[in-house]
Design a binder for this molecule. Structure first.
Ligand SMILES: Cc1ncc(COP(=O)(O)O)c(C=O)c1O
Length: 389
């Protein structure tokens, strides 16, 4: 056999959402209209001050920056924790990263030895387990359901730890694909339980700022050992700028700096200069208008999806996703999604991306587009669903 083979670690699962996107784009190229509800990204552009700051940055010299980010941005992010959560975080504990994806890479490498076991709720964002696998770490998926409002509980964590010791736990709140959120009390109990068990707690707070129902809380309020990951991608409408951040426990700050120096040298300077303007009050005004659009889309879908037969929806507390059972129509959501795209021109993501065991019964609709898209999608589904047998 040839030695020139890809490594075993590279054989991670594909992200089916991206495959649906490719099929949708192909269909558009063939001249058909497609409503995009498959990819989780804002339809809106970045705030105008962010764009202006990026243009200004282009007039100066762009170079490498400190591996953990320019000082001003680290200070601005620290200021965001004081203003939003009333929590003091030293700028030295902030790392600017290439989206939250870059932060996960650094956090996993800094916190875990090879073979470490990291618990996470299912359904969940697929890149967590795939990245862990590529790094030689083990994702321990714990099935969650309506009985806990799709949240991991301290008891579930303790049970899994007793079966075979864990090294960490990772949750997102609001979550993808479910949109469900941990209440501040439930989150606090989970963070403290993980702390007591000696487990690293990684909190993905990328959908903070996009809360429709309930109160968001940061894991930092419960432990300064929590690793908190966030991003400019979602609330700030900056997916393509590839910029995010992480709040590091003090003991990990130097190791993460060393890893970042070697893995990436530096983040993109334009995006860092631009991101400074994301915290500007004028940006917040623009972003809150975008968010109000999601809230209206959410209300529209919560009324119309059940009428169409998607009558088993998870609680959509935050983010811009509705995770709906398709059990009435199909027991194969991958096939359902392919037909929905080909026959109704509506693209969505099938559940197996998020939950290998139960996802065949679910589809995730992203409602980060316009209200006109929501209306057209539900009209199209209203005409199509009665025809499928
Ligand atoms: C829960 C969650 N975490 C992390 C990410 C990665 O986002 P980014 O790398 O753009 O910050 C996503 C993207 O969809 C997500 O849904």
């Amino acid at each position: 056999m040839s030695r020139f083979q890809p490594s075993h670690r590279s054989s991670v699962a594909p992200f089916i959402a991206m495959e649906v996107l490719a099929a949708a784009v192909e269909r558009e190229r063939a001249g058909h209209r497609v409503i995009h509800m498959e990819v989780g990204q804002p339809g809106a552009n970045a705030p105008s001050r962010v764009i202006a700051a990026a243009k200004r940055a282009l007039d100066g010299r762009l170079g490498y920056t400190e591996a953990l980010g320019i000082r001003e941005l680290r200070e601005a992010i620290a200021g965001h924790y004081a203003a939003t959560y009333g929590i003091a975080v030293a700028p030295d504990r902030i790392a600017v990263t290439a989206g939250s994806s870059g932060a996960f890479n650094l956090a996993f490498l800094a916190a875990f030895e090879p073979g470490a076991r990291v618990a996470m709720p299912t359904p969940g964002y697929p890149a967590y387990r795939n990245l862990l696998a590529a790094l030689g770490l083990e994702a321990v998926e714990i099935e969650c359901g309506p009985e806990t409002r799709w949240a991991l509980t301290p008891e579930m964590l303790e049970r899994a730890h007793a079966e075979k010791p864990l090294d960490g736990v990772l949750i997102a709140s609001p979550a993808n694909p479910t949109g469900t959120m941990y209440s501040p009390e439930v989150l606090d109990a989970l963070v403290k339980a993980a702390d007591a068990m000696g487990l690293w707690f990684i909190s993905d707070e990328i959908y903070h700022g996009l809360v429709h129902n309930g109160r968001q809380a940061t894991a930092l309020a419960s432990s300064d050992r929590a690793i908190v990951v966030n991003s400019f991608s979602k609330y700030y409408c900056m997916t393509g700028w590839r910029i995010g951040w992480m709040v590091m426990p003090e003991v990990l700050a130097k190791p993460i700096d060393r890893l970042a120096q070697n893995l990436t040298l530096s983040n993109n300077e334009i995006s860092q200069r631009a991101a400074l303007a994301a915290f500007d009050p004028a940006s917040t005004v623009e972003l809150d208008v975008v968010k109000a659009g999601y809230t209206a889309n959410r209300a529209f879908l919560l009324e119309h999806l059940p009428r169409l037969g998607f009558d088993d929806l998870l609680p959509v507390d935050g983010a811009f996703y509705a995770y709906a059972s398709v059990a009435r129509f199909s027991n194969d959501s991958i096939d359902f999604v392919k037909r929905m795209l080909a026959e109704a021109g509506v693209a969505a993501t099938p559940g197996p991306d998020f939950d290998a065991a139960r996802g065949h019964g679910y589809v995730r609709f992203s409602f980060a587009g316009t209200m006109a898209d929501m209306v057209e999608a539900t009209d199209r589904l209203g005409r199509w669903l009665p025809k499928i047998g």
